[in-house]
Design a protein around this ligand. Structure first.
Ligand SMILES: [Zn+2]
Length: 194
């Protein structure tokens, strides 16, 4: 066991790790594609001793055993690709329910709570990277640091303002922000102790 407690980064899947296929979620491996540099971002996290956890709603998988099995098959394939790229995904938490099921997995407070319980991380030391406002709010309410992916974030400086804190254009940029924030926190901590 590492003396240093492992850090965790929670990730939404669609639009963050995997590309939407014509605006929709992949229903088979052939439709699945990684976001550019997502594998590189996951490798960077692993190299810095962070574990990534996927938190995702996959409503289409509620349509019976076939679709649920297909989702499992996609998941096995993409976990293998991540491992081959030297990334580390410690867990995948899906909500496979329909809206009318009124489950408590989402928005995604329930999934975050389950991941937290099973992996034993400290929410206040954990980052949540996503794009859906409702998910980011739930993660922030749970105590996580949040980073929002906004693909046009790079346009914002030209729009008269600075890029808002906690906004990144893609996963790789978000991971760089997490690591930079952690370095600042660590040096602040060190100077307080000095
Ligand atoms: Zn659910």
């Amino acid at each position: 066991m590492n003396e240093r407690q492992r850090r965790y980064v929670l990730l939404e899947r669609e639009g963050i790790v995997s590309l939407r296929n014509a605006g929709s979620v992949a229903h088979c491996w052939e439709q699945f594609a990684f976001v550019p540099r997502a594998l590189e971002a996951l490798r960077l996290l692993a190299a810095e001793d962070y574990a990534a956890i996927i938190i995702s709603r996959q409503t289409w998988a509620s349509k019976g055993q076939g679709s649920s099995k297909e989702l499992d098959a996609i998941t096995r394939r993409f976990l293998l690709q991540v491992a081959l790229a030297e990334g580390h995904i410690a867990g995948v938490y899906y909500c496979r329910h329909r809206k009318e099921d009124e489950c408590n997995c989402f928005a995604p407070a329930g999934l975050i709570a389950r991941a937290c319980l099973e992996h034993g991380f400290v929410l206040e030391n954990t980052y949540f990277i996503g794009e859906k406002e409702i998910a980011l709010e739930a993660a922030a309410a749970a105590g996580c640091h949040t980073l929002r992916i906004q693909r046009d974030a790079f346009l914002q400086p030209e729009m008269g303002g600075r890029k808002p804190l906690g906004v990144a254009s893609n996963l790789y940029e978000a991971v760089e922000q997490v690591l930079a924030t952690e370095r600042v926190l660590k040096s602040m901590h060190a100077s307080v102790l000095a």
